[in-house]
Design a protein around this ligand. Structure first.
Ligand SMILES: *Cc1c(COP(=O)(O)O)cnc(C)c1O
Length: 401
């Protein structure tokens, strides 16, 4: 595939009427190597953040060997592309047929759960033809933890409460080879103390249950960098997690796992969009709430933007966006900072869309097609180039709500 130097070169070459996804393989490879080398345990990629085959291959080639999958379609997709990858089925609510196919056909041995009912399902679905129970399961009990330090909560839906955790851990222990505890502190966790707090809850669960625990899985939530959301260095997260993991009452050979999604792929993609119309400080662009800008519309996420024109002379001003579909909900409040003289016919680049961006596109209202190209320049922000100002010097860590 042709490699363009940057998004401006793409616009010059293609003058695209449809959105174009600009992928940066070097940025995804750099993030993967960072986690593979520096996280003090095993990093598995949470596939839902961005399941494109090119990205999965880049992560595999850069040292990510484990993949967190949540549906049987994700199991099949990753297994076909990466036959030797280790797949972990980390959705706490699965159908029996999905568990059976994952175990018997695709070699999945690791499952998460948060109820006794799900345990019964897993035990039945993984038994052999004679009804003999599996002896090679890694079962991870998903513990409910706080999402208070994160920009997107994952606390309400899944996870066993601490008061019910002991009996579930004791029951699961009877049916697994390795027993684990997992949690998710919420996506874009803005401080490492989110993990410290969650690990304290893990400690309480282990003490109460008095079982041997072999795996501690701290889940996803590792942040990326967005306007108004500059997190501390990832090394701080790794160091605190490691210290508090080491202090847990767990077996000597216990393993530490993580399930980064966003942090491994946010920098991978940006998107070129065209301004179709301007009304005051509102720009009508050709991607939106039903496209790669789902989070910009639905949770007012701010993404970095830049104009891809060299004839704009005015300073930056705050803009909001409308997407291409016919309803008012296709609106992104921003603010997005762009030159005050931007106008219809101009192109923009929207950065940091590799996670929960390209993956969210629908075909609603006949929109949603996008070509993908490779570009060689740096992402608009990076946690991995070592060029960031130390955010602890400033107070720019803000919450969206
Ligand atoms: C979504 C999800 C992840 C990835 O979360 P990020 O915030 O993108 O790192 C990891 N584990 C589970 C179980 C998830 O549902």
């Amino acid at each position: 595939m042709h490699i363009y130097p940057d998004a401006t070169a793409v616009v010059r070459a293609l003058a695209p009427d449809e959105p174009v996804i600009c992928n940066r393989p070097h940025a995804a490879a750099r993030a993967a190597r960072f986690f593979a080398e520096k996280f003090p345990g095993k990093s598995m990629y949470a596939v839902k953040a961005n399941p494109t085959p090119e990205l999965l291959q880049i992560l595999w080639d850069s040292g990510i060997t484990h993949f967190d999958v949540a549906s049987i379609a994700e199991v099949r997709q990753v297994r076909e592309l990466l036959p030797e990858a280790t797949l972990c089925f980390m959705h706490p609510v699965k159908t029996k047929s999905a568990i059976a196919e994952a175990y018997h056909v695709h070699g999945v041995r690791t499952f998460s759960l948060d109820t006794h009912e799900e345990l019964a399902k897993i035990v039945e679905a993984t038994a052999d033809a004679a009804g003999e129970g599996a002896t090679d399961l890694n079962l991870l009990v998903r513990l409910r933890v706080s999402s208070e330090h994160s920009e997107l909560s994952l606390a309400a839906k899944f996870g066993v409460d601490l008061v019910d955790a002991a009996s579930l851990l004791q029951a699961v222990r009877q049916h697994c080879d390795a027993l684990g505890i997992c949690f998710h502190v919420g996506s874009q966790a803005m401080t490492p103390f989110a993990y410290v707090q969650a690990l304290e809850r893990v400690r309480a669960a282990i003490a109460e249950a008095a079982v041997t625990v072999d795996i501690i899985d701290v889940g996803g939530g590792f942040p990326s960098s967005y306007p108004g959301m500059e997190p501390p260095p990832l090394e701080d997260y790794f160091a605190l997690i490691h210290r508090h993991f080491e202090a847990l009452p767990i077996s000597y050979s216990a393993e530490l796992w993580a399930e980064p999604g966003r942090a491994l792929c946010a920098e991978y993609s940006s998107m070129i969009v065209k301004v179709e119309k301007r009304r005051g400080d509102e720009l009508y662009i050709n991607d939106g709430a039903y496209g790669a800008l789902f989070d910009a519309a639905h949770v007012a996420w701010r993404f970095p933007v830049r104009a891809l024109e060299d004839d704009l002379t005015q300073g930056d001003e705050e803009f909001s966006f409308y997407g291409p579909t016919c309803d008012d909900a296709d609106y992104m409040k921003g603010p997005f900072m762009l030159p005050a003289d931007i106008q219809a016919g101009d192109w923009l680049e929207i950065g940091m869309l590799g996670a929960y961006g390209a993956a969210m596109k629908t075909r609603f209202n006949g929109f949603g097609t996008a070509e993908a190209v490779i570009v060689a320049d740096e992402p608009m922000a990076s946690l991995y180039t070592g060029e960031r100002a130390d955010p602890r010097q400033s107070d720019n860590v803000v919450s969206l709500r």
